[in-house]
Design a protein around this ligand. Structure first.
Ligand code: SIN
Length: 491
């Protein structure tokens, strides 16, 4: 049987795509782990939207400024112009965002936005609430624990996907349209805010097939995650906290960020992350997020999930300050796509959400633009694919189906080293020689007899390192400092 659509991923982009595909189409949705294990689920702050028509040019300007004008302007305009109708469509379908005292949509502010334009849900659980809503709306089949290990590509047509259903068994699903919504690359970094499912394997397949990845050096580090927890995935302290009054201090209570940027805590995210990193390196002083501007009852009401998560970690907010550090957060780069969401060079293969690079985010993503991008471009991709109604001829796919080995004994240590290499050398601050040395190590790993999933991750890491090496000058999140001594610890 041939599906009309195979969707890889059950984050916001994949589920919104599924929502918009008519019920009578045959759709298979492949989810790598369990459905909640995606970056959408962890997104706290919110979703940006132009508040009204007059805000569109301002939202565009803020997005371009944060992205250091490296953005694709057409994509940014599309994003902002479609923001209100896209959000309205979701609200009309039943999604509930938080309202203010007057019963109107409540907009908050985050760094580098020149006005309040971030919608949120259940206070600080916007991603989770949107995810639950979209899951409830989903009328198509979802298969969990389905780990995609190949795309069936011949010439410029994708015939479907091959995926593991357990450690050894593999299946093939043929489809007229394949939609990649598998998220970013967080798990190839030592410390991150991402779901463990996001390890960049599909980006690796794209590189393997000779298709284009774009802006892979542009990796975003969130400035405020909780320091001192033992897992690689670090608890996020939403940017909305700073938007509403929390501020960053050193262990002596000094607000050092104004020494780096006139907007202090509300400077673009790359600037804040780099400044924290630099200040800590120079002074050896610990860095903290202070909540003392908040009153307890209001804090608990506005940020109920952060309040309870931090309580479990032993912090009494808003009275205690919390030790913070930047950690990997978001991949601006990804699979190179056209404005209609198609993978460049392909007839019926789409990429949406964090997996794709539309160029919307440029060199540094403006806070809360990613959920919006996932919604807007998933809608565009589905509208386009329904219009084109492309059909594969399964008989034309005459390539052998390879039996892959998912994991091998050797993988564990190499995977661990990979994370350390990426965090240390393709992180907040980079140095050319170290990038080149790292690339050599990854190329050596690629010659080893590793499992399929690690092989694909290594290809993605190689693409990031190569892109970082090719960009000689600093730009946005890609920051080169050749004299740095690299000994980054995260304790
Ligand atoms: C946050 O809540 O700080 C994350 C928002 C985002 O990454 O856009």
């Amino acid at each position: 049987m041939i599906y009309d659509y195979v969707i890889i991923g059950t984050g916001l982009a994949g589920l919104n795509a599924a929502r918009l595909i008519p019920k009578n189409k045959r759709v298979l949705i492949l989810c790598k782990m369990s459905t909640w294990n995606c970056n959408t689920f962890w997104a706290q702050g919110g979703i940006a939207s132009a508040v009204d028509e007059s805000d569109i040019p301002v939202h565009i300007k803020d997005t371009l400024e944060a992205g250091v004008n490296y953005n694709d302007k057409e994509a940014v305009e599309l994003l902002s112009k479609k923001s209100q109708s896209t959000i309205k469509n979701l609200i009309d379908a039943g999604m509930k965002f938080d309202l203010n005292d007057k019963g109107e949509l409540a907009y908050t502010k985050e760094a580098a936005h020149s006005r309040n334009r971030i919608l949120h849900a259940d206070g600080d659980a916007t991603g989770r609430m949107m995810h639950i809503f979209l899951l409830e709306q989903c009328e198509h089949e979802i298969v969990t624990q389905a780990v995609v290990c190949d795309l069936l590509i011949k010439d410029d047509i994708c015939y479907g996907v091959q995926y593991f259903v357990n450690e050894t068994k593999q299946k093939v699903a043929y489809a007229h349209n394949t939609i990649i919504a598998s998220g970013g690359v967080g798990s190839i970094y030592r410390y991150h805010t991402n779901s463990t499912a996001n390890a960049g394997e599909i980006q690796g397949i794209i590189a393997e097939k000779g298709l284009a990845l774009k802006d892979m050096e542009m990796m975003q580090f969130h400035p405020t995650v909780v320091r001192g927890t033992s897992f690689a995935r670090k608890p996020l302290l939403s940017e909305a906290l700073r938007g509403e009054g929390a501020y960053i201090v050193d262990e002596n209570g000094y607000r050092f960020l104004f020494d780096y940027h006139k907007d202090g805590e509300l400077a673009p995210r790359d600037v804040v992350s780099r400044s924290i990193f630099d200040y800590n390196k120079k002074t050896g002083l610990g860095v903290y997020l202070s909540f003392e501007t908040f009153e307890k009852k209001a804090f608990k009401l506005r940020f109920p999930n952060i309040y309870s998560n931090l309580k479990e970690l032993g912090y009494d907010l808003p009275f205690e300050r919390v030790p913070i550090s930047p950690a990997f957060h978001y991949s601006m780069g990804g699979i190179d796509v056209t404005m209609d969401g198609k993978v460049k060079g392909m007839k019926n293969l789409y990429a949406i959400g964090e997996a794709a690079c539309t160029g919307v985010h440029g060199a540094n993503r403006l806070a809360s633009n990613s959920l919006l991008e996932g919604l807007v471009f998933s809608q565009i991709a589905i509208e386009n694919s329904l219009k084109e109604d492309f059909k594969i001829n399964q008989e034309n796919y005459d390539k052998p189906i390879i039996e892959y080995i998912r994991n091998k004994e050797i993988d564990k240590d190499l995977k661990d080293n990979l994370r350390t290499i990426m965090w240390t050398h393709a992180g907040i601050v980079r140095e050319h020689k170290a990038l080149e040395e790292s690339l050599k190590v990854i190329e050596e790993y690629l010659k080893k007899d590793v499992g399929r999933l690690l092989f694909l991750r290594l290809l993605t890491a190689k693409a990031i390192l190569k892109a970082a090496i090719n960009r000689k000058e600093s730009l946005g999140a890609h920051y080169i400092q050749n004299w740095y001594f690299f000994d980054i610890k995260f304790t």
